[in-house]
Design a protein around this ligand. Structure first.
Ligand code: SF4
Ligand code: SF4
Length: 569
């Protein structure tokens, strides 16, 4: 199983009954796999904060519950995380968080272990799929024994790599009794001050558990080199230095102080091997122990067995792994992508585009190059409002672009805030009727649940109307003339406006274009306008544009760009 599937299996076997998550690579599959179990009520939430609050509610009511998110999602959910640490749980509460060292598909590199430390929440980190399943189950025992939420941290490599997992039966966990307890669950200052002391007491007990439970284990071999590590780096180190001694950590907060001291006293040269921040290293150094960490290993990106071997041995590993430079594959939107038409128009109009997180972020890539900023989920709408408030000159040529799922995630608040604050910016919702970037998850606009059942769908037009928009236009992003006209109209008015560019993702089941798109060699004037949409199906062959029929989806957008009617359907 891949690590994410193994976590899902662990949740099932642990008797979890409620799961609420927001998709985000590399965490998405946990929720997709767990949704296949009928015993589990699994859902996509509007965002990570909502997901965590649903899971908290379920846990307080007495059920074992779970939510999953990627590292940046934990920023969104940080508010409830810090307080659920104070309230504790009733039924077990586990929060899956998947970090992305190397930023394979993320806007930043972020080390979630710092959240465990800051929020004083127990954190476990598995090093293979077996541990993914076992730690998911163990996390519920710890959660209920110590009355704490537990963070289950994965990284991309563990979440997406495979190892053998043995399946067990599901345990039937009855709902724990719910008892109203205002002192525990209502965090007003008077109660919170008392709970603050409970957290310190809990930490002491957890340290004792970390020292003695066996989740952190010493593997004593040759003691010339001792390595303290966890997660994927443990695998890299074991492969490179099988003869070395290890302190393999499974619990990352709190850390086992006595065990670290004992291990350090047994080895000659001590390394701490950890991706991203010097989280364990700082802890060890604060204990007054000499250790090699970021003086030897990188602060950035993912490690590998080669990089670990080279760093410790100080020698380049050319013999086994010769350098090779695979050709770069620039990120590009799919052939037939409905966002392409809108980005073509935005690029043509040379507008300032306040962008957002989703597959449409690829509109920043050449040749469209139609994106000025991408900060975080939902920031496009609020940043466009900020631009138009601050800079009257830019105000008339700025638009925000945001996908339907991202709009529900955190664009809605920016839209309400813009109208309320008498903003004049133009927001374009790129509504492709699905959450595209993470692999086609449903969201509250699609009319289907995670389990595929029909449900209510948010009406974006009515929502905008309800928060004060009077200028709401719906366009087809492939109708470039219409898009251009409507955008010009909307950016010129002194009112907030919303344009919904609606066309389903070309990869959705049922989206099929029954044309046969061709370029006439005779009519083509070789102006290369069709190249400006950046469709991977069009390339220059023998000096002229040609359509690659194996890539072309026959969407017809290029026909709408050609002024010489050289492209026919
Ligand atoms: S836009 Fe039309 S005329 Fe220009 S290169 Fe493409 S096919 Fe030829
Ligand atoms: S019809 Fe044109 S724009 Fe659409 S996929 Fe084919 S080549 Fe690309």
């Amino acid at each position: 199983m891949i690590g994410n599937e193994a976590v899902a299996r662990g949740l099932y076997e642990a008797g979890v009954s409620v799961v609420s998550s927001y998709p985000g690579t590399p965490s998405t599959e946990i929720t997709e796999f767990v949704a296949k179990y009928n015993e589990v009520d699994a859902e996509w939430a509007a965002n990570e904060k909502v997901a965590m609050e649903v899971a908290i509610g379920a846990a307080i009511s007495g059920a074992r519950s779970f939510c999953a998110m990627k590292h940046v999602g934990l920023n969104v959910a940080a508010d409830p995380l810090f307080t659920v640490s104070y309230t504790g749980v009733n039924g077990g509460l586990v929060i899956g968080v998947a970090d992305d060292p190397g930023m394979h598909s993320s806007q930043n590199e972020q080390d979630s272990r710092n959240y465990a430390n800051a929020a004083k929440v127990t954190m476990l980190e598995p090093a293979d799929s077996t541990e993914c399943k076992e730690y998911a189950k163990l996390a519920y025992e710890i959660s209920e024994q110590f009355d704490t939420p537990v963070l289950l941290r994965l990284t991309t490599r563990i979440a997406h790599s495979q190892s053998i997992v043995e399946e067990c039966d599901r345990v039937d966990v009855p709902l724990k009794e719910y008892q109203k307890d205002v002192m525990k669950y209502v965090m007003m200052p008077g109660m919170a001050k008392k709970r603050r002391l409970v957290i310190e007491d809990r930490k002491d007990k957890l340290v004792e558990y970390a020292e003695t439970s066996g989740i952190n284990r010493m593997e004593l071999n040759d003691t010339k080199i001792g390595i303290i590590t966890a997660g994927a780096p443990y695998q890299y180190a074991k492969e490179s230095f099988p003869e070395a001694s290890y302190l393999k950590l499974g619990m990352l907060w709190p850390l086992p102080t006595k065990l670290i001291q004992e291990f350090a006293s047994k080895v000659e040269k001590l390394y701490v091997l950890e991706e991203l921040d010097p989280y364990i290293e700082n802890h060890i150094k604060a204990m007054g122990i000499e250790v090699h960490g970021k003086d030897t290993f990188s602060m950035f990106g993912e490690f590998s067995n080669v990089s670990v071997r080279e760093a410790i041995s100080g020698k380049k590993d050319e013999a086994t792994y010769p350098d090779y430079n695979p050709p770069m594959r620039p990120p590009v939107m799919c052939p037939g992508c409905p966002h392409r038409g809108m980005f073509y128009v935005l690029s043509k109009l040379k507008l300032v585009v306040s962008g957002d997180i989703g597959c449409y972020t690829l509109g920043a890539a050449a040749p469209l190059s139609a994106m000025d900023t991408t900060i975080c989920m939902g920031a496009s709408v609020s940043a466009a409002h900020g631009i138009s408030k601050a800079n009257p000159e830019l105000s008339k040529k700025t638009v925000a672009v945001i996908g339907d799922s991202t709009f529900i995630h955190s664009g809605m608040t920016g839209l309400a805030s813009t109208a309320y604050n008498k903003g004049t910016s133009t927001v374009i919702i790129l509504d492709n009727s699905i959450t595209g970037m993470t692999g086609h998850q449903q969201n509250p606009t699609t009319g289907k649940t995670l389990k595929g059942e029909p449900t209510v769908a948010v009406n974006l037009e009515k929502f905008a109307e309800a928060v004060g928009y009077t200028r709401i236009k719906v366009v087809d992003p492939f109708n470039v003339e219409e898009c251009e006209r409507v955008i010009k109209e909307e950016i010129s008015v002194e009112e907030p406006s919303l344009i919904i560019a609606r066309r389903p993702c070309v990869l959705l089941k049922g989206v099929k274009y029954d044309f046969d798109v061709n370029i006439s060699k005779d009519k083509c004037k070789n102006c290369k306008m069709c190249m400006k949409i950046g469709c991977p199906a069009i390339s220059i062959v023998d000096g002229k544009p040609e359509i690659n029929k194996t890539l072309c989806t026959n969407c017809g957008l290029c026909k709408n760009i050609c002024k010489f009617d050289a492209i026919t359907l």
